[in-house]
Design a protein around this ligand. Structure first.
Ligand SMILES: [Zn+2]
Length: 285
């Protein structure tokens, strides 16, 4: 399934459906993946040690998390191989991938983090792609609790260990016509959660409401966000992507690779780590 969102409204397109109009989107979820390293390399991290980089970030440095929403084929085909090429680890916020779990388990085995994006991606019914009965307004807390439990079980079955991460579909944190918050349900199961907001997070960020920067721009623009954070006193740049060189709301594979090349070349000053890893850094021991 696919989902696209912008701020409160989200454009989500079911698989096979035409891509919705470009809009920033939301995805979400993460755990504590292994430090980055070559995809095939079993050895943890080849860059700066996690402890050092975490400390550096907390002291005013820059952390970058690369997150991918909606469990899309282009993420398997393009994002995964490109992350491996540059020795970086990302976070894949997945939906119900039980029909074909192997590629996602493989990404996890390569050191990436798998997080939850719920199972069927409920979003406000104002989005025309939302199927009747599956809008966030159609949910109550009991239904969401059940879906979150199923998602947690799925993540564990795919090999995700440790604290889990979550991404709110469409960045929306409520269910039902009364807009009941399901943040407590998220807190009961996950260690951190991402929304959609194009800002750089400071270390004091609420870990259950972190921003997510969705850009489909050129590589230079993606890199500029990281460079600006460095000039601006540090912070956590949480990128959100949907398609990578395919699928909906896609960034081009070239732009994505340019960003990865930049991050790989600046390991000494920019700490690139999965969403859950940086969240754990901020949470502390
Ligand atoms: Zn989504």
């Amino acid at each position: 399934m696919l989902v696209l969102c912008a701020a409160a409204a989200c454009a989500h397109a079911p698989e096979g459906a035409p891509p919705a109009a470009p809009a920033p989107n939301a995805g979400a979820a993460a755990t504590v993946p292994a430090p980055s390293g070559g995809a095939a390399a079993a050895t943890p991290a080849s860059s700066a040690g996690p402890a050092t980089t975490c400390a550096g970030f907390r002291a005013g440095g820059v952390a970058v998390s690369l997150t991918y929403d909606d469990s899309l084929q282009s993420q398997i085909d393009n994002a995964g191989p490109d992350l491996a090429k540059y020795g970086l680890s990302g976070t894949f916020f997945i939906e119900d991938v039980r029909p074909d779990p192997a590629p996602w388990a493989a990404l996890r085995a390569q050191g990436h983090e798998l997080g939850s994006h719920t199972m069927i991606h409920p979003c406000p019914r104002i989005n025309t792609w939302v199927k009747p009965g599956n809008a966030s307004e159609d949910y109550d807390l009991a239904r969401m609790n059940t879906e979150l439990d199923d998602s947690v079980a799925l993540l564990r079955s795919l090999g995700q260990t440790g604290p889990l991460s979550f991404a709110y579909p469409c960045g929306v944190t409520t269910v039902g016509d009364a807009h009941d918050s399901y943040i407590p349900a998220v807190k009961a199961r996950f260690a951190a959660a991402r929304r959609v907001d194009s800002v750089v997070a400071k270390p004091s960020v609420d870990l259950y409401l972190t921003p997510g920067i969705f850009m489909t721009s050129a590589g230079s623009a993606l890199i500029a966000r990281v460079a600006a954070a460095a000039r601006g006193g540090g912070g956590w740049v949480i990128f959100g992507f949907h398609g990578v060189g395919g699928d909906h709301l896609a960034v081009t594979r070239e732009a994505h690779a340019e960003l990865l090349a930049y991050l790989a070349a600046h390991r000494d000053t920019v700490w690139t780590a999965p969403f859950g890893t940086v969240a754990q850094c901020l949470r502390g021991p």
